[in-house]
Design a protein around this ligand. Structure first.
Ligand code: BJW
Length: 250
């Protein structure tokens, strides 16, 4: 822990790769594992374009349920610590696989959302028909009775997230690769590191010379590759790192 605090104290460019585990202490479930969202549903029944084509209202029910949960929670000490740390560095970015928007709610400014955002929709038929969060709210307010919301063009709307088998937005992925390649320290927080291409980013950072630090209570496929592993919940580890950087160890 002290070594990571020391590295952060002198680093100019820091990146974070976050996953579902960072939002656990806000009350949101992860995907994998005993309590995970995939414990009794198959990902391919809900998080693929084929699932949406087969049964759009089933997929929408699942995302509405998750929106309700996500809308009811607040950023936890892990999100808040990252937001406080950001202005200390010349460059700092959070590359997140999460769609919950909690990093932005916590105050992080440079957030790269690899897998989209649950609060936006886009057209399933015409992928170029994309809507901002504000436009999504307005569209949905006008179509509250619809089980599957529709685009002004008539196509079915879908959540603006990345499902299995779909490419990530190329500019977003490029920005993420750029951020981790430029970083001298990459903190990998709360991800099982099994979903690609996100799972390749720590290797990209390492090859470019970054020190890769994993923060996770469980072992992952990344654990053997990371330079330093901090075993523990992000909501405890990150505030403790901040205290150590300030010379205020508990
Ligand atoms: C704590 C904690 C605490 C608990 N503190 N930690 C190369 C090799 C093999 C396969 C592939 C490959 N390249 C592509 C693939 C296929 C596929 C893939 O990776 N499959 C693997 C599973 C095998 N990838 C794709 O399909 C991607 N697309 C793609 O590659 O396209 C290529 C293409 C090109 C051109 C044309 C067409 C295609 C897309 C992947 C999209 C993933 N989408 C999801 C759903 C998003 C929307 C939604 O949320 O509904 O993203 S799946 C799901 O997994 C979600 C997550 O972002 C993602 C990662 O999960 P995450 O965040 O790591 O969560 P968990 O649950 O796995 O782990 C939580 C961790 O937290 C655990 O380790 C805990 O221990 C820890 N934890 N409490 C800190 N308090």
């Amino acid at each position: 822990m002290r070594e990571v605090a020391r590295l952060l104290s002198t680093a100019r460019n820091v990146s974070v790769l976050s996953g579902a585990g960072i939002s656990v202490e806000s009350g949101l479930p992860t995907f994998r594992g005993a309590e995970g969202l995939w414990r009794n549903v198959r990902a391919e029944d809900l998080a693929t374009p084929e699932a949406f084509e087969r049964d759009p209202s089933l997929v929408w029910d699942w995302y509405r349920m998750r929106r309700e949960r996500m809308g009811a929670v607040a950023p936890n000490p892990a999100h808040l610590t990252l937001a406080r740390l950001e202005p200390r560095f010349e460059a700092f970015s959070v590359v997140t696989q999460n769609i919950d928007g909690l990093h932005q709610k916590a105050g992080s400014r440079r957030v790269i959302e690899l897998h989209g955002n649950i609060w936006r929709v886009r057209c399933f038929t015409h992928p170029a028909h994309r809507f901002s969060e504000a436009e999504t709210r307005a569209l949905e307010a006008g179509a509250q009775a619809e089980k599957v919301p529709h685009c002004p063009c008539g196509g079915a709307m879908r959540p603006d997230v990345v499902w299995f088998g779909e490419p990530l937005d190329p500019e977003t992925l490029e920005a993420a690769i750029y951020a981790v390649r430029a970083a001298t320290v990459l903190l990998v927080v709360g991800t099982s590191a099994v979903v690609y291409p996100a799972a390749a980013l720590p290797g990209t950072a390492r090859e470019a010379g970054a020190v890769v630090v994993e923060i996770n209570p469980q072992e992952t496929p990344l654990s053997g590759e990371a330079h330093i592993v901090l075993r523990g919940p992000a909501g405890a580890v990150l505030p403790e790192l901040e205290r150590l950087m300030d010379g205020r160890a508990t």
